[in-house]
Design a protein around this ligand. Structure first.
Ligand SMILES: C[S@@+](CC[C@H](N)C(=O)[O-])C[C@H]1O[C@@H](n2cnc3c(N)ncnc32)[C@H](O)[C@@H]1O
Length: 282
């Protein structure tokens, strides 16, 4: 089976209103967090009410464009948890999980509350039950107080502490896209392992995955290799062009096959994965 992808250079709200899609199965929403970051085509310091109203409109449009039972994963800062859950509810989505993505780097310290070490990903569906939920099994290292090895790994829970973020410096490794000076091309690039888990859990081969804030195209890179259709919208032309190149010529660092063994205890893994022998051109 071949999978198709589409990259639109557009404002996602306008694109959603004009595209009349109704067959999306999964969306990953990783918007600017309105924290004063230096985006070329976005004012990241909107008044709070305006920002959340804008997010609500986008979530409503995605809801309309999604098939019944389809899923949304909305990533945000933990301090916005209340707004995230409210805005999902107000735009029609049914809450399923609040995933805690625990970062590998040190916590952001605070003098009057606990240091912050995670980001939230709210998982919700159109309707009470998902049309697809593949129960993935992983096999993380055994905690030191466990007496017996796990025979078949364990189901993925709502705490994800095994996925490395692409932070600054050496820690970002090969996967972080860099310019000729060695600086990261896009500071908010998501890791492939994160999108791989989301796409594997909430879609089957041939489904359609949507990312309204595509950035560097991580969602499309994961979905395409997993033989899902993928649509990405990105407002910044340089990013949109980059995504096209990234997909046309996948880098070794983007190859998902290295993660296959992490999910080996998952029932029907070959079927969910599509083809573990996906041919890349590096
Ligand atoms: C947090 S980043 C997403 C990063 C992405 N997950 C990745 O792996 O690269 C948000 C992206 O949304 C884009 N953006 C901002 N406003 C937008 C809009 N109205 N429509 C489409 N894209 C937008 C920004 O240019 C930025 O690349």
């Amino acid at each position: 089976m071949t999978s198709h992808y589409q990259i639109a250079h557009a404002n996602c709200l306008t694109w959603l209103r004009e595209s009349h899609h109704q067959n999306i199965h999964l969306s990953f929403v990783d918007p600017p967090f309105n924290q004063g970051k230096d985006y070329r085509h976005f004012d990241d310091s909107l008044p709070d009410a305006e920002y959340w109203e804008w997010i609500k409109e986008i979530l409503q449009e995605i809801y309309q464009a999604t098939e019944v039972g389809g899923a949304i994963y909305f990533m945000q800062r933990e301090k916005n948890t209340e707004q995230v859950l409210n805005v999902l509810h107000e735009s029609g989505w049914s809450f399923q999980n609040l995933i805690i993505w625990k970062k590998k780097t040190s916590a952001v310290p605070s003098i009057y509350r606990y240091g912050k070490q995670y980001q939230i990903i709210a998982y919700a569906t159109k309707g009470e039950k998902p049309r697809v939920f593949n129960r993935l099994r992983i096999s993380p290292p055994l905690p030191s107080n466990y007496k017996h090895e796990r025979q078949k790994g364990m189901y993925v829970t709502d705490i994800w502490d095994d996925i490395r973020e692409l932070t600054s410096g050496y820690f970002a490794g090969d996967e972080a896209i860099r310019n000729s000076q060695g600086e990261r091309f896009h500071k908010q690039q998501s890791p492939i392992a994160l999108l791989l888990r989301i796409v594997l859990s909430s879609t089957n081969v041939g489904d359609i995955v949507f990312d309204p804030f595509a950035g560097t195209g991580t969602t499309l890179v994961a979905a395409h290799q997993l033989q899902r259709g993928a649509i990405g919208v990105e407002i910044d032309l340089e990013n949109a062009e980059y995504i096209k190149n990234r997909l046309a010529d996948l880098r070794k660092a983007d190859d998902i096959s290295k993660y296959y063994s992490e999910y080996t205890y998952t029932e029907n893994l070959e079927k969910i994965w599509g083809s573990k022998l996906f041919q890349t051109s590096f």
